[in-house]
Design a protein around this ligand. Structure first.
Ligand code: PHE
Length: 370
């Protein structure tokens, strides 16, 4: 390494360029020989050392004797030289060293585990696939929904007590808007029924998977955010027996062909008649056990025939763009809808007792589904 401080004979541009070209050539030549970590450190100290570094000594010597107008061009060139040295060090740091002290090549390598589908999404995809096989297609809608789609068009009038059954998370500062435009987190996937029918004339066969939100305290079976799969079928001559046959098939596809279904009366504002669907207990085969609270049956989903009031709300929306629209005239068409909780189905499928496992991110839980 050259240690003498070179002389700067003149301060004109040409002299400066030449002097710095010489320094740069030195840096390049030295940088090319840095094959060990030790050599690199010596190079760094030699050029950039804070007290005795060459860059510091040369710049002091040259700046001291320089006329005021030469300080700026000198400063610029010293900065460039410094950058060149730093770059040389970075390149070397990235290059393989001949000395591999500190790396034990006999240690096992890092294994990247292949990812798996989350058990909830897996269940959701399974449910959706059952309906795809029946000719349904998928629709999605927003999680931040308006009061109109989430409630009003589904026959929950403003201030009606039926709304109390779905503890709703409201978006703040909506009071100035008309009731139908106020934003909330959707409490179910049913608003997408309305969005679909407003956009598309019958026949309709859709499944709607997605996240829903309710102001529920978390416990072993509740979570403020959970998932549903909704279904909607509208066509001419759709009857309650179509609904029963479709859901009986779907439950057998999901839980095994030995499963039986039973329907009994229930209430939803947007279906009439409405039913809750139970399946025979998959743990005891219907004999009665702790899981089915000794009844032999497990309640799984809600369903019903689309209420004419829903078709009326859809029609008045559609008439905003086509005043003659009559596609959803309940004298001509009918339909059924159903909605199920994905967590609940996955918990029954796998015998999971706490809904919180799905959201914990605990690999010991998730790996079981690989
Ligand atoms: N949206 C209802 C709920 O979340 C379920 C449902 C959907 C019931 C479709 C009937 C028809 O409780």
């Amino acid at each position: 390494m050259t240690d003498a401080i070179p002389q700067l004979l003149s301060h004109d541009e040409a002299a400066l360029d030449q002097a710095f070209a010489t320094l740069e050539a030195q840096v390049r030549a030295e940088a090319a020989t840095l094959t060990t970590a030790e050599a690199q450190e010596n190079f760094r100290l030699h050029w950039l050392g804070r007290k005795q570094g060459r860059l510091k000594l040369i710049s002091e010597a040259w700046l001291k004797s320089a006329p005021a107008e030469a300080r700026k061009p000198l400063g610029i060139r010293f900065n460039q030289l410094k950058q060149q040295i730093e770059q040389a060090l970075e390149v070397q740091a990235g290059a393989p060293k001949t000395a591999v002290a500190g790396i034990d090549i006999t240690l096992p390598g890092l294994v990247r585990e292949p990812g798996i589908e989350h058990p909830l999404l897996k269940a959701m995809h399974e449910i959706v696939a059952v309906f795809h096989n029946l000719g349904y297609s998928t629709n999605l809608g927003p999680q931040v929904e308006t009061d109109f789609y989430n409630f009003e068009a589904l026959n929950f009038p403003p201030n009606h007590p039926a709304r109390d059954t779905q503890d709703t998370l409201l978006v703040a500062d909506q009071q100035k808007k008309p009731s139908r435009d106020r934003l909330l987190m959707r409490t179910h996937t049913s608003p997408v029924q309305i969005r679909t029918m407003v956009a598309q004339a019958p026949p309709v066969r859709i499944v709607i998977p997605g996240k829903v939100h309710r102001n529920d305290a978390a416990d072993a079976t509740h979570s403020p955010i959970f998932h549903q799969v909704e279904g909607l079928c509208v066509d001419t001559n759709i009857t309650f027996s179509d609904l029963k046959g479709t859901l009986d098939h779907a439950m057998k596809a999901l839980f095994g062909s030995a499963v039986k279904t039973r329907f009994f009366p229930s209430f939803f504002p947007f279906t009439e008649p409405s039913a809750d669907v139970q399946i025979s207990c998959i743990f005891c085969g219907g004999k009665g056990c702790r899981k089915c609270k000794h009844s032999g049956w497990i309640e799984l989903l809600g369903c019903g025939m689309v209420d004419p009031a829903v078709f009326a709300a859809v029609t008045s929306e559609r008439r905003k763009t086509d005043p003659a629209d009559d596609a959803y005239n309940p004298e001509k068409i009918s339909g059924f809808a159903f909605g199920m909780g994905v967590e609940r189905i996955a918990m029954i499928q796998h015998g999971i007792s706490d809904i919180g496992h799905f959201y914990s991110g605990d690999m010991r839980f998730l790996e079981q589904f690989a």
